[in-house]
Design a protein around this ligand. Sequence first.
Ligand code: PMP
Length: 375
Amino acid sequence: ATAVLVNELYRLLQHRDSSSHLTTLSPRTRGVESLIGNTPVIEIKSLSRLTGCKIYAKLELNNPGGSAKDRVALAIIRANERARKLRPHHGDLIFEGTSGSTGISFAMLANALGYQAHICLPDDTSPEKLQLLRSLGAVVEPVKPASIVDPNQYTNAARNAAAKIDADPNDPRNAVFADQFENDANWRIHYDTTGPEIWTQMDGNIDVFINGSGTGGTIAGVAKYLKQKNENVRIVLADPQGSGLANRVNYGVMYDSVEKEGTRRRHQVDTTVEGIGLNRLTWNFKQGESLIDEAIRVTDDQALKMAKYLCINDGLFWGSSAAVNCVAAVKTAYKYGPGQKIVVVACDSGARHLSKFWKLAQQQNDDVTIDDILA
Ligand code: PMP
């Protein structure tokens, strides 16, 4: 009986340790937010077999809102609650500019925690994402795609809309701009939760961590934690075509920057991969930049083939950024040889990408090989 009690206490303490940054409520009062984090790690067996390495994936798509962004959205909401800028059930609003998973996480959590989500996004965002956001009850404001230096760009539109409500003396509601790209809470929640979870799940045996960068929050937070635990853990940025981050990491140059007032075309990342790749430097990316050992470029064609390969060989139906990470994992395995333990993030499911990425991935050959992928 003592052993059972000790085990139970140990289990409870472990759970508390990794989730306490995300949830502080007692079990009876927990809602959907308590399901965020503590995501599983699995082995991608086909890629391990092929490379002689052990290749694992951290399943961020298992979060209740379907991606790693649940962690960030909850952390940003909690930070605003502590600062008394968000008060539950007062009609307070959360504004964010996002074409991706962050809006879905905010929409879900706004409902759960007593707020209204207002999402500004480019008007060419995929129909299934728009429908998902609307189904979740978010106010959706499509704007014309534009450069980050344009005041009507979706991030700027969200910032301005929040500021307008906040400045109105006749409007009793509070409005916050979540600002995932520049918000310190973003990389910190990955440092506090995602990084420690990976370290524990791997029993401290990890040679390489690989991820793309959207805001940069995941790679920065996880890199900081893992390097603190063991400075020899290799951090690899997986960068899609059209992104300037790989050049920045490998050669210290980027062909564009906000400071230089780029045009829309130069800011755009021309890829069917969604959620990663950028042609500007964000606060969150900068927090981890010096810890990234290497960037590996991945073409859209390679990502599409990898997505199909994982689906056919492993039953893993993943989004485009997960596929990019897996291509980079195989390239790393071949470059540095067998025996390495490599962890990638599977940020979201293929279901988020049906009308764009998976429309093309589906057309790839069922018998696609790794040689085809790397060709
Ligand atoms: N994959 C997907 C599908 C995403 O939506 C994002 C976030 N934009 C990322 C990866 C990258 O995460 P981060 O913003 O932490 O760099």
